[in-house]
Design a protein around this ligand. Structure first.
Ligand SMILES: Cc1cc2nc3c(=O)[nH]c(=O)nc-3n(C[C@H](O)[C@H](O)[C@H](O)COP(=O)(O)O)c2cc1C
Length: 152
């Protein structure tokens, strides 16, 4: 992850967000449970809870497992753009991500599972822990991240 061009506050915010995701994938934590949004086959939004299994800072990706025959897999094959939102109620931090998902299926007949890998293009961090809310938006281009403060 190349975050050197951002100011130090934003570097810290982004690094903390990814660290929290990597930790949450390794063992249960505040960001283990996310809400994954897709575009339904009829164009309507669809959101469901998922447990993240991996996060890769360098690749900018977040991974979870699902059933290969689930509706979300068919939806992603038609429209890979997707969103993933987390909330850490203790830290009072919301983390929102959008990007494009790649689905890898395993056709094992008894357990047809799929791995969904969200290649994250945008991250939105809303910190509600202080008296004033802080919000930051980040965009990724390859290994480079750019960040800006946003109106909360
Ligand atoms: C706490 C919790 C964790 C869940 N984790 C996953 C998960 O990791 N992967 C998954 O596919 N579904 C998970 N589900 C079920 C989904 O929310 C959803 O019901 C299911 O995947 C079917 O969604 P779909 O029909 O939109 O594909 C979880 C549900 C709950 C309540």
């Amino acid at each position: 992850m190349t975050i050197g061009d951002m100011d130090s506050t934003m570097q810290t915010v982004l690094a903390r967000a990814w660290t929290a995701l990597v930790d949450a994938a390794a063992e249960p934590g505040p960001f283990s449970l996310g809400y994954f949004g897709t575009v339904g086959l009829d164009g309507a939004p669809q959101v469901r809870a998922v447990i993240i299994r991996g996060a890769d800072v360098e690749a900018g990706s977040v991974v979870f497992a699902t059933n290969a025959s689930s509706a979300k897999v068919a939806q992603l094959e038609r429209e890979p753009r997707a969103a993933l939102t987390f909330f850490d109620s203790e830290a009072q931090v919301q983390l929102r991500m959008t990007g494009e998902a790649t689905v890898t299926t395993d056709d094992h007949p008894e357990n047809p599972y799929a791995i969904v890998d969200l290649s994250v293009a945008n991250v939105d961090v809303l910190d509600m822990s202080g008296e004033e809310r802080q919000r930051y938006g980040f965009t990724r281009d390859g290994a480079n991240w750019d960040g800006t403060a946003l109106p909360a």
